[in-house]
Design a protein around this ligand. Structure first.
Ligand code: ADP
Ligand code: MG
Length: 451
């Protein structure tokens, strides 16, 4: 059988999407209706028994079916002020469900995604989200509350994630940057989400793992969202599924791009790219950078295994406040995930196992306490830096060193360039928050590896 290759990306591939799953009407065909079995996307296209979406909702999926009018009300007619973001599917708006809307549905803020009928993703993407997120419940997958299916309208209602997507948090130009332990916590959370999908009896391949599809709640708990491109993985004897190449440039696995062969290992590659973004603070593709640096994987992969070079590619916004051992181990793991040979990549559950112990490493330098005091009648702020560690070291040195010195040094090994901290520019909203600051604000949920 001739292999079909589609080397474009989802935003320019509407036909590819439509050919596999037709959008002929509100009837969903299913062959397997046993409540104990998860209905997969492939079941739906099978010409077997038919099931309406509302039947599906009642029997297999505990989803609320909303009327368009209701969603208009809760989003203030999809007002601009409620706009949260937009990908290839359509705009997403914040809404608020009150106690009276539906019996059994608690009052809560929600996010409402509206299928853009002129957009390039279609009914199939909407259906994929309903089928997968309607049945797969996990602490690190966004919770789908319900949907709307009225004439040509397709909408999805999710739990609201207060801190939006990881892309905005990681690459924002102002404000404090994400601390090291928070980045680790995000990586572990999403790895758990992917591991859960891959280890289902019928494995699910997520296919579009990237920072804009990772959502964060108030405590920076990460959840994988946007299941529009998710698909059933190979089962039984099959080694892969062959599909149109869809995904996002900079994240898709090389073998998937060249052959269309999709396995759970394609997700592992994309996870490796996100891990690299968390380490370096650089985007997977940045056309503004010179030459090789445009593509993050191409640029960073050769540097990941060299501990001396690793320091140079770490996100400068971390200001050296990360565990050296943790960074090395994370980089080595990213290297494995980014292997060109899918079989050499680790499974997502092994990724979780490798990352979780890194949360308890204590070789994270105590950062300088930076306090910016704006002076009256003068726009120049005074920057006070209290560098506790160095003061302590100085005292120990004055006292002639001893046991305490050794203990302190083993906990906080010196790292190149770290003793001479960069001057903190008195910029508008620059602030340095340590993990400890966030921990104090957000409590133990920030690092809890159990979630
Ligand atoms: N549940 C949510 N809570 C908060 N913001 C959300 C939520 N869902 C989506 N968003 C915002 O909308 C953007 C687009 O959503 P996404 O589901 O990725 O849509 P698309 O399928 O169009 O890519 C996200 O990157 C995020 O900024
Ligand atoms: Mg998206």
């Amino acid at each position: 059988m001739a292999l079909k290759k589609y080397l474009s990306w989802k935003n320019i591939l509407p036909n590819c999407i439509k050919t596999k799953y037709s959008s002929s009407g509100p009837k969903v065909h299913a062959t397997k209706q046993s409540p104990s079995q998860r209905l997969s996307l492939s079941d739906i296209s099978h010409p077997g028994s038919s099931l309406s979406l509302s039947d599906l909702s009642n029997s297999l999926i505990s989803l609320h079916i909303f009327a368009l009018k209701e969603l208009e009300v809760i989003t203030h007619k999809f007002s601009k002020s409620n706009f949260l973001g937009e990908g290839g599917f359509g705009p997403v708006y914040k809404g608020f469900i009150d106690d009276n809307l539906r019996p059994g549905l608690k009052a809560q803020p929600v996010a409402v995604k509206v299928l853009d009928l002129d957009g390039t993703q279609g009914h199939r993407e909407w259906l994929a989200e309903v089928i997968f997120l309607g049945q797969l419940k996990h602490p690190h997958l966004v919770n789908l509350i319900g949907y709307c299916y009225e004439e040509d309208h397709r909408l999805l209602v999710y739990e609201y994630m207060e801190r939006g997507n990881l892309e905005n948090q990681l690459f924002k130009r102002y404000g404090p940057s994400l601390p090291w332990l928070t980045r680790l916590k995000i990586a572990i959370g999403t790895a758990k989400g992917l591991a859960f999908l891959h280890e289902e009896e019928k494995p699910v391949i997520y296919r579009d793992f990237k920072t804009s599809n990772i959502l964060l709640d108030l405590a920076y708990k990460a959840k994988v969202s946007d299941f529009g491109l998710a698909t059933d993985g190979p089962e039984g004897e099959e080694t892969h599924v062959t599909t149109c190449v869809m995904g996002t440039e900079g994240y898709a696995a090389p073998e998937y791009i060249t052959t269309g062969h999709l396995t759970t290992m394609s997700d592992v590659f994309s996870f490796g790219v996100v891990l690299l973004e968390l380490l370096t603070g650089r985007r997977s593709v940045d056309k503004t950078r010179p030459g090789r640096e445009k593509n993050l994987v191409e640029w960073a992969r050769p540097l990941l295994k060299d501990p001396y070079k690793l320091d140079g590619i770490m996100d400068p916004r971390l200001e050296g406040q990360y565990s050296t051992e943790g960074a090395r181990k994370t980089a080595a793991l990213a290297y494995q995930c980014l292997s060109n040979h899918p079989k050499s990549r680790p499974t997502m559950s092994n990724v979780v196992k490798a990352l979780e112990p890194l949360l308890s490493l204590t070789d994270i330098p105590v950062g300088p306490f930076v306090y910016i005091v704006p002076t009256q009648g003068n726009n120049q702020p005074i920057v006070q830096k209290i560098e506790e560690r160095e003061e302590k070291e100085l005292k120990i040195e004055k006292n002639g060193g001893g046991k305490e010195e050794k203990k302190e040094k083993s906990r906080l090994p010196r790292q190149k360039g770290r003793r001479h901290r960069r001057r903190v520019k008195p910029s508008r909203s620059r602030a340095v928050y340590s993990d400890t600051d966030l921990y104090k604000t957000l409590g133990s949920s920030l690092y809890s590896p159990k979630q």
